[in-house]
Design a protein around this ligand. Structure first.
Ligand code: HEC
Length: 119
């Protein structure tokens, strides 16, 4: 990737992060969490991010939900990851399937607060 498109990508990410903080985009609510779970396992996201999208202690794959990136940034990242993650093109994973995955990861249970854990 050349320097200009890296900069363009970075600004897109910043813009979408800012916009997503206020209102979720229409695509963000269009997905089905049930279908998303199936796809999440079929295309292998769970292998690095964990079955509950909780992140992995064994790799650098972060937690993906329930407080996820805004949908636009989530999509951008999955299409063009930065470091170790493999890219998922629309041929492998359609926008609709990605919206389902987003619905799945954002519907995961929030982690239990530390002070609520049994001693
Ligand atoms: C081979 C391991 C691997 C697989 C498979 C994988 N990821 Fe990742 N993912 C990573 C790693 C590692 C990162 C941290 C950034 C990097 O290294 O690219 C990451 C980062 C992300 C991020 C950015 C999260 C953040 O808060 O910064 C998103 C979104 C994401 N992955 C979504 C997905 C989705 C959706 C799938 C399946 C379609 C998937 N990943 C499959 C390893 C993986």
């Amino acid at each position: 990737m050349n320097r200009i498109s890296s900069i363009a990508l970075a600004s897109l990410l910043v813009v979408s992060l800012g916009a997503g903080a206020q209102t979720p985009g229409p695509a963000a609510t269009a997905g089905s969490a049930a279908r998303g779970k199936t796809t999440f396992f079929r295309v292998g996201c769970h292998q690095c991010h964990g079955g509950e999208a909780q992140g992995s202690p064994y790799s650098t794959a972060p937690k993906l939900g329930p407080a996820a990136l805004p949908f636009a940034a989530f999509t951008l990242f999955t299409r063009k990851p930065r470091l170790q993650m493999p890219p998922y093109s629309p041929e492998i994973l359609s926008d609709a399937e990605l919206a389902d995955i987003y619905a799945y990861v954002t519907s995961r249970a929030a982690p239990v607060a530390l002070d609520k854990l049994p001693n």
